[in-house]
Design a protein. Structure first.
Length: 218
């Protein structure tokens, strides 16, 4: 049983089940962590099979989110949209079915004491990589409405995963945003126009200087 007095609301803990060879990954955080072992930390691990599976699930959830927004914009789903949502949801459920889920009762004691039933993933306790994967999957399931905020940096030279603070955020930070802006097509077009104007004015200055020099020689 979990107790608010004993557990920080932003902690990530592993609760051992009765079997010494298994563990249940239980998520207690209400926000996306950015440290080692968090969802973002796992996604940014290179050459990690678990990270790949989590990334594919994130993309599948984003696909459903995009379809839902499209349906909202059109007021009512058409046959094609309904079929796409159905297939996308089946894809998500198929990915989740590869994990072993067990119900667990969590208790929270304090001024607002309550308990709830939560389905949690069970896996081998001595497999750290698998535990991180389970943690990430658990977060996604518990915060399905926020998964669309998990994105990859828009800058091609970066492409790191990050958790967007705002709906329109495309870059993992100001550094990538500024670099992409300086190298973007709009910047190149502005620079092309500037350089064209600069060369034209420079040519006019050279022509004027030549005319003045010619007049002095007369």
């Amino acid at each position: 049983m979990y107790c608010n007095a004993c557990m920080d609301s932003t902690s990530r803990k592993l609760r051992n089940t009765k079997s010494p060879n298994t563990q249940t990954v239980s998520l207690s955080t209400g926000r996306m962590g950015l440290g080692e072992g968090s969802v973002i930390g796992l996604l940014n691990m290179e050459r990690n099979a678990g990270a790949k599976r989590v990334a594919e699930l994130v993309e599948a959830c984003r696909r459903v989110s995009q379809l839902m927004e499209s349906i909202k914009a059109s007021s009512a789903p058409n046959g094609k949209q309904s079929a796409e949502v159905y297939n996308a949801l089946n894809d998500i459920n198929s990915r989740l079915s590869t994990y072993q889920w067990l119900p667990g009762v969590l208790g929270f004691m304090g001024a607002a004491s309550h308990f709830k039933v939560q389905f949690m993933i069970v896996g081998k306790s001595n497999d750290t990589a698998l535990a991180l994967e389970h943690y990430a999957i658990q977060w996604i399931v518990d915060h399905i409405d926020a998964v669309h905020r998990i994105r990859r940096c828009h800058r091609l030279q970066c492409r790191k995963w990050f958790f967007a603070v705002t709906e329109h955020q495309k870059y993992c930070g100001d550094n990538c945003r500024q670099r992409d802006a300086s190298q973007g097509e709009s910047f190149k077009e502005k620079r092309r126009i500037y350089m064209k104007k600069y060369r034209s004015e420079e040519a006019e200055r050279d022509a004027l200087a030549k005319r003045l020099a010619k007049g002095k020689r007369k």
